[in-house]
Design a protein around this ligand. Sequence first.
Ligand code: NDP
Ligand code: GDR
Length: 358
Amino acid sequence: MKKALITGVTGQDGAYLSRILLKKGYKVFGTFRRVSTPNFWRLQSLGIYSKINLIPADLLDMGSLLDAIRVSDPDEVYNLGASSFVSSSFEQSVSNAEITGLAVTKFLESIRSYNSNIKFYQASSSEMYGNNNFSVQSEKTPFMPASPYAVSKLYAHWITDVYRKSYKMFTVSGILFNHESPLRGMEFVSRKISNGVAEISLGLKKELVLGNLKSKRDWGYAKEYMEAVHLMLQQDKPEDFVISTGEAYSVSHFAKLAFETVGLNWKKYVKTDRRFMRPSEVNYLCGDSKKAKTKLGWEPKISFEELVRMLVNEDVKRWKMFIDGKSFAWDAPLYPDEAKLITRSHQDSNSKRKKSEK
Ligand code: NDP
Ligand code: GDR
């Protein structure tokens, strides 16, 4: 029986990847951080919580990573753990660099000293391309990161490459473009929109406040993307792959389709506020995943329209269950109101507003 160790098992991708590996007969180990309130709702909602062998570990703590490797003795390691919200990397740039970037060297060192035959997957990101002016981005496109998160991911990406070349280890990075699902965190624009649309359609909320409506992203379905991730570690040779749909749409188009799903006109409900704009924005990302199609036999199946409808319908279903008093291990009621959070971006936008009023 193959054994896999996943960091970030409590996150969106960790949950889907775990389910794929369990179905394939793997013994799955997942690391989790001790937090004051347990956050296993994604694993619970996929019905796999009891099947995961949980190991407490923190990417900031090398000893705990080494222990996790020793305890699980894995054939494959998937490093999905990261501080993954781009906006908050502007406010917590140092911890982001340590968790998302430097931790990867600690992990690779731990693997090298325990057993350098372990295969390692690093969750790289399309954010690394930043604003590079290429109409599509492939494995060969130069990187131009535009956020502390993207810089940290780029460090992790290159150190993974260095360990592959220097020590002949099987280390690969998947450069994944945005991928969403009903298990997506609600700070991300996809779920923020689908959840907001669900609440508005049920009369629970009157408006949806967003940031930059013009930026374009290449959005796919997380479950399919995790299938590609597994395939990357089954190749004969370690290689990096872009995973994307090849289609980019604006945030406003996402909102339009989401409101149409419940028969509403988005223009009546969507407002914008500078507090949700970033100090530096990536305007356009669109991936070329031809290499994945050729070598992994992978291509996306779900269309953008189907993805948007899936998210909205699932959020409507969850809110209806909530209204009916049915309990379900889901996230929305647990999130603090974003508009009440005091962040640096909020203060910056307030001071810009005050200056412009003078
Ligand atoms: P999530 O934010 O849903 O999950 C992130 C995971 O990382 C959580 O399990 C979180 O644990 C864990 N984590 C955070 N900090 C630490 C830490 N200090 N030590 C250990 N674990 C930690 O992200 P996704 O599932 O969406 O993404 C998975 C990976 O893929 C991330 O690395 C992300 O940056 C990358 N990625 C994601 C893309 C996407 O569109 N989803 C696209 C490209 C790359 P906890 O629950 O305790 O917070
Ligand atoms: P992203 O995802 O930054 O691409 O990173 P996010 O959904 O946060 O933003 C996508 C685009 O939407 C714009 N936007 C808003 N974003 C949020 N979160 N909230 C808003 O109100 C809002 N209004 C407009 C953003 O400015 C941006 O242009 C995701 C994460 O999963 C990363 O971890 C991953 O590496 C990349 O995708 C690929």
